[in-house]
Design a binder for this molecule. Sequence first.
Ligand SMILES: [Zn+2]
Length: 358
Amino acid sequence: MKKFLSIVSSLAIFASCAEKNSNYSLEDYQSVKKTDIHIHITADRPTFVEKAKADNFHLLDVALEINKGWEDVYFKYNHGKNQQEQNPETVDLVTAFAVSDWDDPAWESRVISWLDSCFNEGAVGVKVWKNIGMVSRDSAGNLITIDDEKFDPIIDHIQQSGKTLLGHLGEPKNCWLPLEEMTTNNDRTYFEKHPEYHMYKHPEMPSHEEIIASRDKMLEKHPDLRFVGAHMGSLEYSVDSLAARFEKFPNMGIGLAARMGQVFYQTVENREKVRDFFIKYQDRIMYGTDLADNGTITKEELVNRMEDTWKRDWEYFATDNMMESDLINSPFQGIQLPKEVIDKIYYKNANTWFALKP
Ligand SMILES: [Zn+2]
């Protein structure tokens, strides 16, 4: 009996050691390899990349067209390229294209030759932004949507070139709600500042469901395309809706950028469900933040913002600490994912989904 007890207790010690080794701690943040798949640098200073290197982060710098057409795309892409030239081992580029000249007969060939020039420089993907579906219009005044057949040869070309489409299509569901009903404080602040994008105020515009439906239609037409839905594929409000899309579209992954508030919010409601979602879809989810440097804040403010964001999210994924965040109004508990899940979400999946050469 004594012998049996000692075996039991040594098994218990073994089990607790194994448990310890299966999780990361706060202290492991620095040493674990990580990638932030969604950042924007439009400044010349090296501050952002230096902080990333110090914290063991690889970066995907993302270009996009906001509203000034090609000029905007070139400006953002070239800033990223400049950063990459100085730190090729830390920075990869996601390019973009404009739709400002959509009705020009040369539009398609212009897009293809621009994308090819970026691919030749090593760009790993192409971003499409919410202007498609919500802002940009053809010369007849109709909104341009991502399922328009004019996009098909472009998307085929991206796929055949072995590149990834990163799609910020639509907005968080909060965008269609009045400010006081929004689930996260960051959405409330953003739409208060940008009433032009606050769809609750523009009932003549498409609904959240319509925008998601045209995104899904595009995916149905391009089943072999590697598609990464930025901002949790604009289905940030429910891990159940996301799970349904994952089941329907095997080549769809998501990035988490700027939607940790929604993750925290759902964690308050049902932590186990959120944790199960991250474990079940551990091969489809990539860490990202939307952190940006446009040169308008001090070096110190930028570094603090990066540090706060990156360490907050690490604490959430790696530990089971009780946490608070200004993104939401209730406390929540970290989901303490197993090491191998964290390694995928934070690093390995980006290499697979963007065909990076680590
Ligand atoms: Zn972004």
